[in-house]
Design a protein around this ligand. Structure first.
Ligand code: NI
Length: 178
């Protein structure tokens, strides 16, 4: 197991379209996922995509039990999501603050679909098919964007609500996380 360096915005490896995983239930895939969880935990993140550690594969992980910005939000279950496909359930969007481990020290307000269906596979190749809304849906959309070379600043429409976390949220306890 190993904690990996997280690539920062500007690194061209974050702009690639990730390759699909073709073989499940392999030692290589299991090791990647273990490293991703270890790296995400060390960075206190709520989600991580394989491209963020320089691995060009369509693998994301996510999960948290509580979030300071969403004290009433249900926890996002610990999820390994491979080769994901997202389908918006209706045109409704909502805006909220996001951060990203690849954009350290900054936050911005990002519009996301309010309700989505997402599908994909777990590490053994088992099917995942879920409906999500609110913060859960936001995290899925943010992480899956990493697989198509999109970082959240590319989704911002109002740049008056983008900036340094320390200026936007002087109380560190209230800073949005990713
Ligand atoms: Ni991110």
């Amino acid at each position: 197991m190993a904690i990996h360096e997280i690539l920062k915005m500007g690194d061209p490896r974050l702009l690639r379209i990730a390759q699909p995983v073709l073989q499940f239930n392999t030692p290589v895939l299991d090791a990647l996922i273990r490293d991703m969880f270890e790296t995400m935990t060390a960075a206190e993140g709520v989600g991580l995509a394989a491209p963020q550690i320089g691995v060009d594969l369509a693998v994301v992980i996510m999960g948290f039990e509580s979030n300071d910005r969403y004290p009433d939000a249900p926890a996002v279950p610990e999820t390994i999501l491979i080769n994901p496909v997202i389908e918006p359930l209706g045109p409704e969007e909502e805006e909220d603050w996001e951060g990203c481990l690849s954009v350290p020290g900054m936050n911005g307000v990002v519009p996301r679909f309010s309700r989505i269906r997402y599908r994909g596979f777990d590490a053994q190749g088992g099917a995942i098919d879920r409906i999500a809304e609110g913060f859960h849906a936001r995290v899925v959309q943010h992480e899956c964007d990493h697989l198509i070379g999109k970082l959240y600043p590319m989704r911002i429409r109002d740049f008056s609500r983008f900036g340094y976390s320390s200026a936007l949220f002087p109380d560190p306890a209230t800073q949005p996380r990713d």
